[in-house]
Write a protein that binds this ligand. Sequence first.
Ligand code: PMP
Length: 412
Amino acid sequence: ASAVATLDCVADFPILARPVKGKRLVYLDNGATTQKPSSVIEAETRYYEQSNANIHRGVHWLSQHATDLYEQGRERVRQLLNAARSEEIVFTRGTTEAINLVASSWGRSALKTGDEILITGMEHHSNIVPWQMLCEQTGALLKVVPVTDSGEVELDQFRSMLNERTRLVAVAHVSNALGTVNPVAEITQLAHAVGAKVLIDGAQAVAHQVVDVQAIDCDFYAFSAHKLYGPTGIGALYARYDILKDMPPWQGGGDMIYTVSFEGSTYADVPQRFEAGTPNIAGVVGMDAAIQYVQQLGLERIAAHEQFLLDLATAQLAELPGMRLIGTSAHKAAILSFVVEGIHPHDLGTILDTEGVAIRAGHHCAMPLMTRFGIPGTARAAFALYNTADDVTALVAALKIAQKMFGTGPRG
Ligand code: PMP
């Protein structure tokens, strides 16, 4: 293990120093949200102390200053995703709002009866429900590409389901419930070959690997800052300029118009057209600091560190009796989803909590996927850059305690 370059970032995250239930906090619920480094917390505080004003409207110095910070945040997101231009970045409340924006704006204007939308069997509810709503509104059909026993997209099935009616393929970059990293560039290439657009749900990807929207060649990419060590309530949509510039607005209000009269209004250029109302300016500043934080560490190093933790945890969990991993693809992010024979995932979560180990238990907003595997839910340990080999040890020790309590552990 010492040969592996590992990170030591615990001290950057104040919350990791607080005990929970008298125990050291072992935070493994990073798929739900990540903790925030001091630099992010300080950036938001500093914004309110030194820079707060409304943007794009004041003639005064402070308003211009806040606008500059906000637009600097847009440039930082452009860098993170390697988008070609910053106008391709629209700030949203997060992944969910970004997907809803595409469904409401692009979807309602581009789709008609008989058109098809393809998603996969491992999507998060936020990459299912907006498309179901869009299908109800337009008469389009939602089709689902099946998932293999190891938790991968059935690519042969995907190929055969694509046709000239397919208008959109919407797929997770990384599955929150399985950890599978999907071959999004290959999926995009196949989808483009039939003229379909591609939306990638990057909620579980951006914090854990390098993402390059130009290399993937996707049309839309969505993510949330709170899973990237940034604040809640902020995130972004990347949309290819050629598509975005022709998309109609979805929310009306201030800051998204060019002119307004009672006879009608004309709309602002992109991306302002999609940012009605006063946005989460402090959130953008916090997200900017979060992106700088991961950029300074380097996403390659972060990915290598998390891969080390994944390998370590996978090997140690495999030694526990009655352990069943859900999601065994060779292409995985550091998410371990599992069921333990004889112990309900919620009981597991509760017992682990008494040991200071925070995991998630449940359906992970992927109920159809749980149905696919014939289980009500899983226990999920999702690693982040601040986790350590000690955290893996603590997880395994807590699981052993749970098995002992339930009398399902190793005998003798
Ligand atoms: N997609 C995936 C794969 C996710 O893991 C999540 C968050 N659990 C979302 C979408 C939704 O993200 P948010 O709640 O931040 O909008």
